[in-house]
Design a protein around this ligand. Structure first.
Ligand SMILES: NC(=O)c1ccc[n+]([C@@H]2O[C@H](COP(=O)([O-])OP(=O)(O)OC[C@H]3O[C@@H](n4cnc5c(N)ncnc54)[C@H](O)[C@@H]3O)[C@@H](O)[C@H]2O)c1
Length: 370
């Protein structure tokens, strides 16, 4: 199969869909790979490394789209890329179609085969191509929180680990899922005093076992949230209710309970945020203040660590990309139920129930088209 990878053109997207190692893996199996010149430059992969791995370099994105059977990307195509997509071409990337009607209609019009990273799902419900980004955002949330606690960045001037004779910084994490666990690991590593709140008793028991007493656990109730807020230096929002807007667990009137210049990192901002005063920010201008509390609400946190994120993402997507390249999209989806759940659009038909119901579109069972 002819595989292509273009430079990401979405603002502040520095990741790239294929690393030189991925190229080598495709080439080893007899496929050919074309990379747009400079596609990996922002991440730290110069064209020469791709060439060494066996890729061909093409200067124009249009020529990559025109000459390849499968395009591997990171973000959804931008409107200027829609006309470049060809009927029957495979697009393998994050799509997030259920939140974007105009893109959904454009991809249906172009009659492509769209396989979305974010809906590839194991039988147990876990999302192998989304999990690495939650792991990164969770770990980064503490790094960013620690930075904005520094006085020159607007915070209270607290060192999370304290020093002998001085209390450690106090961190609470709302939601003990993938983001929450990874945040807890980093916070404990820095020596902070950490509490995780969740509504899932099994999750709290698991965290209690894993951290062997170095993390306190609390049921996430209004009463417990109110009682912990006055003690905090750093609050991490890491709640998720699948398919729904994040619940607003911290309201504006709660901010009065917090210490001045304490920091909130609302990682759940991409689902609307679990803090009422959250609004999405960018890496250019990541923080703002409300009622004396510093808010960090960057919606694509992994973009800040593009190299780590690219390696983590491509390590998960390569497995599926190789299946598609070796067998073709249809057979690969037929043989792998997890990949089949990633099929969102197929040659003009919507094949993902969530996307269909979001825009009242007729939707077909993937088995009828594969
Ligand atoms: N900003 C970013 O760059 C970025 C990156 C990755 C993930 N995210 C977001 O981070 C959020 C968390 O993702 P995840 O992968 O950890 O999800 P997850 O499903 O692994 O964990 C969510 C946890 O929230 C808990 N929860 C649900 N309701 C709760 C409540 N009322 N109080 C406390 N806990 C509650 C669940 O029981 C679960 O343990 C999601 O919104 C995700 O989209 C953002």
């Amino acid at each position: 199969m002819k595989i292509g990878c273009v430079t990401e053109i979405k603002k502040h997207e520095y990741r790239v869909g294929l690393t030189p190692q991925c190229v080598a893996a495709y080439v080893l199996r007899g496929h050919s790979v074309t990379i747009q010149a400079g596609a990996g430059a922002e991440t730290g992969f110069p064209d020469e490394e791709y060439v060494k791995a066996g890729a061909r370099i093409e200067t124009e994105a249009a020529k990559v789209f025109a000459g390849c059977d499968m395009i591997v990307k990171v973000k959804e195509p931008q409107p200027s890329e829609y006309p470049l997509l060809r009927e029957g071409q495979i697009l393998f990337t994050y799509l997030h179609l259920a939140a974007d009607e105009s893109q959904t209609r454009a991809l249906l019009d172009r009659k492509i085969i769209g396989i979305a990273y974010e809906t590839i799902r194991y039988d147990d419900g876990t999302l192998p191509c989304l999990k690495p980004m939650s792991e990164i955002a969770g770990r980064l949330s503490i790094q960013e929180g620690a930075k904005y606690l520094e006085r020159p960045f607007g915070g209270r001037g607290v060192l999370l680990g304290g020093v002998p004779g001085v209390p450690r910084g106090k961190v609470a994490i709302l939601g003990g899922g993938v983001v929450g666990m990874n945040a807890a690991k980093m916070a404990v590593g820095l020596g902070a005093d950490v509490t995780v709140l969740d509504v899932n008793a099994n999750r709290l028991a698991y965290i209690d076992d894993i951290f062997r007493g170095s993390v306190a656990t609390l049921y996430s109730t209004e009463g417990n949230i109110r009682s912990i807020l006055p003690q905090l230096d750093l609050l991490i929002g890491a709640v998720l209710i699948p398919g729904a807007r994040a619940p607003r667990l911290i309201r504006k009137d709660h901010l009065k309970l917090m210490k001045k210049r304490s920091v909130i990192v609302d990682v759940a901002v991409d689902q609307g945020g679990c803090v009422e005063t959250t609004r999405p920010t960018t890496h250019d201008d990541p923080v703002f203040e409300v009622d004396g509390i510093v808010h960090y609400c960057v919606a694509n946190m992994p973009g800040a660590v593009a190299l780590t994120s690219t390696i983590a993402l491509t390590s998960s997507t390569l497995y599926y990309g190789l299946k598609i390249a070796d067998k073709g999209a249809e057979a690969a989806c037929r043989n792998h139920a997890d990949l089949k759940r990633g099929l969102n659009v197929y040659k003009g038909k919507c094949t993902c129930a969530e996307v269909g119901s979001a825009f009242a579109l007729a939707c077909v069972d993937p088995d009828t088209v594969l």
